[in-house]
Structures are given as C-alpha cells and as structure tokens.
Write a protein that binds this ligand. Sequence first.
Ligand code: HEM
Length: 448
Amino acid sequence: MKTTTRLKLPPAVKGNWFFGAGIDFALDPISFLNKHRDTQGGIYMVPSRAKNIMVVQDPELVKYMLQDNNKNFIKSFGYDVLAMLLGKGLLTSEGDFWRKQRRMAQPAFHKERLNSMVNAMVNCTNEFMEKLEAKRGQVVDLSKEMSHVTLHIVATSLFSSNVEDVVDTVAQEMDIAQGLAIERISNPFKLPVWIPTPGNLKEKKSIALLDKVMMDIIEKRRNDPNKYDDLLQMLMEVKDEDTGEQMSDRQLRDECMTIFLAGHETTALALTWLWYILDNNPAEIDKLRAEAETVLQGNNPQVEDVMKLEYTRMAIDEGMRLFPPAWAIGRRAVEDDEIGGYRIPKGYNIIVPVYHIHHDPKIWDDAERFIPERFRKGNLKDKHRFAYFPFGGGPRLCIGNNFALMEMQIVVAMMVTRFRFKHVEGHKVVLDPLITLRSKFGMQVKVE
Ligand code: HEM
C-alpha cells in the first residue's frame, strides 16, 4: 500500500452548495463530462452527497488504472447490480476467481475458434435479411432490429441451433431483467431487492425463468452424446491447467448468461450507431458497398474475406470512436493510491469517460467528423493506447472483441449491398448513457 497522506486530493469542480456537483453529473453525464473535459486536468473530483466520484480522463492515467496497477481498481457500483443477473460470470467477478475463469474461457475466443463461427454469423444474417425484406418501405426501430440479429448470432455461437425455441424467451426476459437492473442503477431511491414491490417481483421472476432455461440447456447438453462445435461445448470441456477442475453447472450458467448479455447489446448498439452515421455520410456508404461487392462478388462471406473487408473494419472502428457502446468504465480503489500526483483514498469511485476521450480535440483532429481513414493501418501509431479503447484495456479487456469485430464486418458487408436506412424526419436522436450508450427514443428509420 502506498503512503499518500502527504498528497492532496485532485481539484474539485464546483457544484450546488447543498448537493455538490454530483447532481449535475447524475442528470446529464455526457454534458457534464464534456464541460469539464477541456477545463480540468487529467483527473478531477466530483463532490457529491451520495458518493465520492473522481474522473480520470488522461490516457496515461487511464493506463495506470486499467493496466499498470489494475489490481487496485476493482469494478464499482453498477456491476453489483448486474451480478444479480449474471452471478459470478466473467464480467462481474473479481480476483483469483475471475483470473481462473478468464484463463479457462480464453481459448474459446481464440482466432481459430472464431473462424469456425463465421458460418453461423452468415446464416443468422441471411435469415435476418429475409425477415427485413418484408419490412421494405416501412419504418422500424433499428436498435431493436440490430438487437435481433446480434442476439441470434450470440445464441447460435453459444448453443448451436438447437435452442431456437427458447431464444425469444431468453431475449424477452433478459430485456426485462436488464431494464430493471438499469433502473436500479440510475435510481438511488429504488427499494432494495428483498422488498416485494411489483418491479422487484418482476425482476425476480425474470431471473428465475432465465435460470431455468439456461440450466435446462446445460442439463440437456450434459446428457447429449453428440458433439457440438459451439461455445457451451468448449466451456464445458475445458480444464483448469493447474487444478484440472472443470466448470460447475452454476458456473456455466453464469458464463453463458454473461456472454449472452455482454455479447449482444453492445454489438447491436455499435451497428445501430454506424447505420445512423452512414445515413449522414452517403459517400461512405458508396465506399462500403464498393468494397463489399469487390470482396464478396455476390457470395456469402468466408473466413478469408473478412480480412479483406478493410474499409468496413475502419468504418466500424471510427463508428465506435464516435459512439462507443461502453461509453464509460467504472472502478473503485481497493487501497489508497496515487494517480497523477494526487491522493486517491480507498473506496473512491472512479469514472473513465471513454466517450469523452474518443471526442477529445486535444487527441483527435476534427474530432466530431466521421473519418474512417484515421484507422487505416499505421495511421494510429502516434496515438496513446488509451486514446481509443472501445473494448476497455488491461487484463479486463473485452474477451469478445474479435468476435464482435468479425460479426460486425460480416453483418455490415452483407447488408450494405441490399439495404439502406433513412432516418425518419422529426425523430429525435438523444444520447442515453445508461450502462451502455443507447439512443433515448430508439432509432426510427425507413427500410430502403
Ligand atoms: C461492439 C461490441 C462490444 C463492446 C463495445 C464491448 C465492450 C466491452 C468492454 C468495454 C469491456 C470491459 C468492461 C470493463 O473493463 O469494465 C467488456 C468486457 C467483456 N465483454 Fe465485451 N464488448 C463487446 C462485445 C462483446 C461480445 C461479442 C462478447 C461475447 C461474445 C463480449 C463479452 C465480454 C465479457 C465476457 C467481458 C468481461 C471480460 C472480463 O472481465 O474478463 N463482449 N466488453
């Protein structure tokens, strides 16, 4: 533990005399963090009655927290709430337990394993496009549509195709449980879980149903003599290198639920925002379409095509710079620490505003413009590792980053030659920064 008592706390931003600045932060975090990005240094305090919050916005200091001294910064409030749904899965566990689980799950996301999932991704996208054909000329909520396709892709990659009948139930219940979890995070006055309010009962019911569905799938698989080429099979078979231990049914349930949740909403949002940007940048659509036509020649994408979809990948990267689905990362200091010459007392909550770093004009020229060329190989070499980090960083880096990138390249390349989504006039697009960066009123578009 560091001796930090001689150090000062980071400078505090001014706020309401009674509530502190925390209330402004809670009401509109995007504007709040925007306002203070350019006037504060790399780290500052947000005095608040409810919780002690600090913001770390300098890439080098972010590196210290997420990478160099990551053991001292565990996941903070919000993750506790998610744990009600996800148990001790990868996203919500900590310490040695997390390390063991990560070691065991990692091989399931290796490149060769991912390559075997291309077909599932292509088939789900084709099925999805068939359904979308029927909606040509109609107005749809694109965020729901994108959620639909990414949910089917993650479900098929996890459980193969023998769970079609339960996918919709899982989607529906997960939506309810997640919605209620978000409400709990954003509303400090919500009554504790053990009080039987209608909302709490609904949440419990959804989680119980999800538990049953997941446990049934696992039990069925345990008794199935066939071998499947999916994530569940891999997670079931993997043995811990040191102890030879395998995952219990409960652990499998937690990991599957985690992959289900972490693996579909973020990807759906990245796609939704990208279509939104493209609608305002028709020249970019032309470039994507030209690349898809040249590479695919009207065929379904194969593994080797994915690497050739270079511009598509650059557009996806740039889309996640402007609209990072994980718009902020939260941590809590386990012990006293020092960041940027300031004292970080044990127990303080720290927010890393990914969105604001991605939009920082000190880091990015013409920061608000969509310029995929920024991401051409070699163009990022002067940028800090934590100038762009939509998948986080350090040991807790998103385990599904390559899965998501491959999936998005496939979905975009397949769809861009057939569809265009026109933003419905008058429909307001307002950022809604909950756990992920959603659009407050969905994304109303006309399918063309
Ligand atoms: C565009 C899509 C995605 C984005 C932007 C994204 C973003 C992130 C971020 C920022 C983290 C780190 C959170 C933190 O440090 O607090 C994370 C963790 C994680 N993500 Fe993703 N993710 C995406 C897709 C996926 C997919 C497709 C999967 C699974 C198939 C997945 C599974 C996970 C898991 C299991 C973790 C926890 C890893 C650990 O702590 O060991 N994610 N994700």
